[in-house]
Design a protein around this ligand. Structure first.
Ligand SMILES: Cc1ncc(COP(=O)(O)O)c(C=O)c1O
Length: 422
């Protein structure tokens, strides 16, 4: 799909935030501007910068507020998410905390989807409770959102697909209900890297990403990004961002910008590889269910087709009837999948889910252990062979019949680069 100026999204993402040529030439990449101190020509210039910055303008005044490298990244991710302004934070979790603290005051109530990235609950129990802010977890699939909204509800916080079990939420419907009651809608968009999913165009006011994952793409960076859709929200985020002293180094801003340039091609390959792995898993006797919304058999598939332009490399599966020890043995038997909690880098990872995390999701049923895979950019044939070896080693006696191969009637989309406007 073409963007408004006739360029495709992938093209715009490659050039967003690129430096202007000066005196006829210049580098392709934005320079890394490392500094704490900014010098001013005179006191009037200093006062002028201070005044403009406190009024919300993005001018270079002090290292903590960011300089050229930060600006370039902010511009690129604002374009990626289709928003008004971006804020950079030292981790994905600090981006979540920033949004919660910027929008919630003592006495307020927030509704949070039960399948969101679990450490949000720690922000709730350690910070928000002390501030007399009430967080209520709800199941978007089972609960009636309208009846849960209270006069003091200020925030609806979502993540789609949810962490671990990848439940796709009906963001347009949920946002409509919240916004009609004046409730701000924020959503974690880390799963899509901001490329496959455009929550601001679907009704959310705020999109949050752990740039640690797909934007970085190389497992060498911790970073969070918040993109808001309006000047009013930008003003709220700005004052909390400054009060908390959140900042990132220019080198990290540069790394995120570099990652952004290859985001679409990396995600396209993650999707291809993850699809192959998900199909393989569906056919294993030991597997009870595969969680990957791009599969036509996934309950979230119709919503995913409607709202997303592709799927990431995250695939979870539940064993049919293995023990927790067998699930651990399976993970230990893998050789190409590292054992690690993060994801979004080029490499494949595996981790058995903690049962207490699964129980937080109301849609979770059953007792069988779940393994989360991040399918990386290795050759998918090697990944499938590794998984097959691990199944054979960890659960050699599994005899249940393999489920029928998935129907080909509703094939999911291959990524078409630039399926959404930047
Ligand atoms: C969906 C999601 N959001 C946010 C985060 C937090 O990111 P970070 O580890 O950079 O704090 C993670 C980390 O795993 C995540 O999976």
């Amino acid at each position: 799909m073409s963007a408004g100026n006739g360029l495709h999204d992938a093209t715009r993402l490659l050039h967003a935030g690129a430096p202007q040529l000066r005196a006829g030439s210049g580098p392709v990449n934005v320079p890394v501007v490392r500094t704490s101190t900014v010098r001013f020509e005179n006191t009037a210039a200093h006062a002028d910068h201070h005044h403009r910055r406190t009024a919300g303008e993005r001018v270079a005044s002090y290292g903590r507020h960011g300089l050229d490298t930060h600006r370039a990244l902010e511009d690129a991710v604002t374009a990626l998410e289709g928003g008004h302004r971006a804020f950079l934070t030292p981790s994905g979790l600090s981006a979540i905390t920033l949004v919660l603290l910027a929008l919630l005051s003592p006495g307020d109530h927030a509704l949070v989807a039960d399948g969101v990235y679990a450490p949000l609950r720690r922000v709730d129990s350690t910070l928000l409770k002390r501030l007399n802010i009430t967080v209520e977890y709800f199941s978007p699939a089972h609960d009636d959102l309208a009846s849960l909204l209270r006069p003091n509800t200020r925030l609806l916080y979502l993540e789609s697909p949810t962490s671990l079990l990848y439940e796709v939420l009906d963001l347009p419907a949920l946002s409509k209900i919240a916004r009609e009651r004046g409730v701000t809608v924020a959503t974690d968009n880390t799963w899509s890297g901001g490329w496959f999913y455009k929550p601001l165009a679907l009704g959310a006011n705020i999109s949050i990403q752990a740039a640690t994952k797909y934007i970085s793409g190389h497992s060498d960076l911790m970073q969070g990004i918040v993109v808001v859709d309006s000047p009013a929200l930008a003003a709220k985020l700005l004052s909390a961002h400054e009060a908390l002293g959140l900042t990132i180094g220019a080198d990290d801003a540069y790394l995120a910008l570099r990652g952004l340039r290859t985001l679409p091609v990396r995600l396209a390959q993650h999707q291809r590889n993850a699809t192959e792995v998900a199909r393989f898993l569906q056919q294993q006797a030991q597997v009870g269910r595969v969680y990957y919304p791009a599969l036509p058999e996934d309950p979230g598939h119709a919503l995913w087709r409607r709202d997303f332009s592709g799927a990431s490399g995250l695939v979870s599966f539940a064993f049919r009837d293995a023990t927790a020890a067998e699930a651990d043995a399976f993970v230990d038997a893998l050789t190409l999948f590292g054992i690690g909690a993060s994801w979004g880098g080029y490499e494949s990872l595996a981790l058995a889910a903690q049962p207490e995390r699964l129980r937080e999701h109301r849609q979770w049923q059953g007792n069988a252990p779940v393994v989360r895979l991040h399918v990386g950019l290795e050759d998918p044939g090697d990944l499938v062979a590794d998984l097959a070896r691990a199944f054979a080693k960890a659960t050699p006696t599994a005899t249940a019949p393999a489920p029928a191969p998935a129907p080909a009637a509703a094939p999911f989309r291959e990524l078409s680069a630039g399926a959404h406007l930047l």
